[in-house]
Design a protein. Structure first.
Length: 263
């Protein structure tokens, strides 16, 4: 299989790149310096030239390059154009969205039938992009992701958050009333490859079936030789879990053995 990956140097992109190559697949990273994302024809020409079996669209507007309305361009318009291009070229299209399509006022846990309600910012852009992608390409797969868990600092994952909290506050304040949507980034990458062959539509990618943030943070702390100070509170009350029995992803307990069992 040959795959084009946008956002290939991001948190999920790096893991997906490694996983695809381990499986013996060919990976082509989308270079925005070589193929501009604000001009349709160069984008179509690039995909037509590479002839991929699947295009994974993971990129987000993580760093500003000074382009006007860059967040909307990256998060919405680029996704829309790629959905149309892959439709025209009969290429599988996997678009990664986010649990942030739900506001903090939404009532979880969420299922594929839950209606996203984010009205501003990144979540709103992803919410609108989901709808646009599925209308532009009826064969597309949209995968909503939660918070990613890596093995070390260096990207936008939960470990980075822990390190920053320790530097700023001397501890990690973890709510027992918050059930975050999250998964290990290696598990997410494996599922995305599986979804490339799934039926079209929306899928929810989440490994947290039943644990609160304090339990997850404490179990991660055990896994990393107790390098952090985790303090429990009840300040943030929110069930953000995404539940989708069609998605074959490992539960957090498969990696975090210190999690409470039987939940």
């Amino acid at each position: 299989m040959k795959a084009i990956v946008t956002g290939a140097h991001g948190t999920v992109g790096l893991a997906l790149n490694r996983h695809l190559k381990q499986l013996g697949h060919q990976v082509v990273a989308w270079d925005r310096n070589a193929v501009p994302i604000n001009r349709y024809q160069p984008m179509e020409d690039f995909v037509r030239q590479e002839k991929p079996d699947v295009l994974f669209h993971l990129a987000i507007a993580s760093r500003s390059t000074g382009v006007p309305n860059e967040s909307w361009l990256v998060n919405y318009e680029w996704a829309s154009e790629l959905a149309w291009i892959t439709r025209q070229l009969n290429t599988r299209f996997v678009f990664t969205s986010s649990v942030m399509v739900f506001s903090d006022n939404a009532k979880g846990p969420f299922t594929p039938d839950s209606q996203p309600d984010a009205a501003t910012g990144y979540g709103n852009e992803k919410r609108q992009a989901e709808s646009r992608v599925l209308s532009q390409n009826l064969e597309a797969v949209v995968a909503r992701l939660g918070w990613q868990i890596g093995d070390a600092p260096g990207s936008n994952n939960m470990i980075d958050f822990f390190e920053k909290q320790m530097a700023q506050n001397g501890c990690i304040k973890a709510s027992r009333k918050w059930y975050p949507a999250c998964s290990f980034v290696t598990d997410t990458a494996a599922v995305l490859v599986e979804l490339a062959n799934a039926s079209p539509g929306l899928y929810l990618v989440n490994s947290n079936t039943s644990w609160n943030f304090y339990e997850i943070a404490s179990a991660l702390n055990e896994k990393h030789s107790r390098r952090w100070k985790v303090v429990a509170n009840d300040d943030f009350v929110y069930d953000q879990r995404m539940l989708d029995s069609r998605v074959p992803i490992r539960p957090l307990s498969a990696t975090l053995t210190a999690l409470p069992q039987g939940q």
